[in-house]
Design a protein around this ligand. Structure first.
Ligand code: ATP
Length: 287
């Protein structure tokens, strides 16, 4: 029997590295990134209802029609409904814990969790490749979040290859403000910012689970142009390193910063020193 309430964890992601290769004709940027799901998550539940509706708990800025427009979970629901003859109304509830516009892919995570949850609730049986195609139109990170495992992302985010990444411990600093992704890429263009190194050594260290080797290799090409406008991000990475992090890097287009720890206890100690949160990742996805 079809369950009447379906619940999914919508895991945040971090970018262990993010390399911007250049601007494209279509306005997007060509990039390369190791994207891993972490233990911080929103919770998405869906249940039958008269109409399609989203309720958000825990993020005032997402309640109602914010300046950001439609909730990505609703965009996802509409996309799936189009492809599913059995689609009906649904109440989509999101318990928001992932900072909004924090570079942690929260909106994309909610969209991916909603696609999985409604696919089950409505019995659509839409296959993973078709879901990924829908995800691509909803947001650059949605296909990666649908996979829910570490991926090497290329293109503008739509090309994904599964990649080995050991479980690592991090201290995450939420700076309490958001950075719009289009702004971060525009600042990279304006600053003639750099393209980071070939990631082979970093990928080997991540796969081998060697945080001491990985720490100094973390990088994000968006970091310098974003820090130039938001010095608080640079101060947070400096605080993490001063507290003993093996490396520290901004995630995605910011503002969140993660510091790499030796192990779980070290992550707790780092988080306490910088008023952050210990997280672990990658974790198994909520998909
Ligand atoms: P990314 O790292 O994928 O670029 P992000 O983590 O920086 O994304 P999100 O939290 O995913 O940013 O959201 C970016 C914008 O999308 C927000 O400013 C918000 O207005 C809009 N948005 C729509 N739906 C959601 C949602 N469910 N959760 C968060 N933001 C949402």
């Amino acid at each position: 029997m079809t369950p009447r309430v379906v619940r999914r964890e919508a895991r945040a992601k971090i970018n262990v590295f993010l390399r911007v290769l250049g601007a494209r004709e279509d306005g997007y940027h060509e990039l390369e990134s190791l994207v891993v799901p972490i233990s911080l998550s929103d919770v998405v539940t869906v249940e039958p209802a008269e109409a399609l509706r989203v309720e958000v708990e825990g993020a005032a800025e997402l309640a109602g029609e914010g300046p950001g427009g439609l909730n990505l979970a609703l965009v996802a629901a509409l996309a799936l409904a189009d492809a599913c003859p059995d689609a009906a109304g649904a109440l989509i509830r999101i318990q928001k814990r992932i900072p909004v516009a924090g570079g942690l892919g929260g909106g994309s995570a909610d969209a991916a969790a909603t696609l999985h949850a409604l696919n089950e609730l409505w019995g659509c049986d839409v296959d993973p490749a078709t879901l990924a195609g829908m995800g691509e139109h909803i947001g650059s990170d949605v296909p990666a979040m649908l996979v829910g495992e570490p991926v090497l992302m290329t293109g503008r985010g739509e090309r994904l290859a599964p990649v080995a990444c050991a479980v690592l411990h991090w201290a995450l600093v939420d700076l309490g403000f958001g950075v719009r992704s289009p702004d971060a890429y525009r600042w990279w263009d304006e600053n003639g910012a750099r393209t980071g190194p070939d990631p082979d050594a970093l990928l080997a260290a991540a796969a081998g689970g060697d945080p001491a080797a990985l720490g100094p290799l973390l990088f994000n090409d968006l970091e310098a142009p974003v820090v130039a406008r938001h010095p608080a991000i640079g101060e947070a990475t400096a605080r993490l390193l001063a507290a003993g992090a093996l490396g520290a890097v901004m995630s995605g287009s910011g503002s969140s910063v993660v510091g790499l720890a030796r192990d779980e206890d070290h992550a707790r100690a780092l988080a306490a020193a910088v008023e952050g949160t210990p997280v672990v990742g990658p974790t198994a996805g909520g998909g």
